[in-house]
Ligand binder design. Sequence first.
Ligand code: ZN
Length: 203
Amino acid sequence: MALTLLAYGWIAYDADVRRADLGIGRYAWSELRCGCGRQASHLEGGFARLAGADAEFDAGALEGHVFSETVLYEPAPVVISACLDALADDLAVTARLHLLALLAQLSSAQDQPPGVTNAGSNLWSECRAALRKGIPLLYAEVFRAYPKQAGRENAMVAASYAFDVLMMIDNDAQRVERCRSAAAEFLAWDLRSKASFGGSASS
Ligand SMILES: [Zn+2]
């Protein structure tokens, strides 16, 4: 039984990486300067691990490269687009959790890296624009029906990350509240009512 599960896990992981890989190569990573100072092309492998549900690689592993607390680095808008591309694919719940957690992190960050003052560059608005292209997809993520083996907790955390992002980026506050009401118990308890500490729809 364990061997069967192990084999199944490997096959699922491999398939997920290959599918996610399809979108990753579309972006000019090498033209972007990573938060660590290197070319952002070194992020391609990390992103594949993220979208491939690598248990040892989550959104936190991209800190210092794509974001740092409230700071956004140059690859952030491309990473957002790549996350949305990957979410449009049929990935496992763990991969979706990693991608949605990263989107939630990037939707809450709003500062430029220290020293970046070039006119015309506004990472925050570039990230908002990239995130807003994913609004329909993110609403679908809130209501995504997972197979039972995905686990209720995983499904709730994934839905909550998606809703968290929507609260930050969707200017249609009424739509956000309709979603909150309809999703109800699909969301973490602290997101189920507007008065709680779940984020802000004010941006
Ligand atoms: Zn880096």
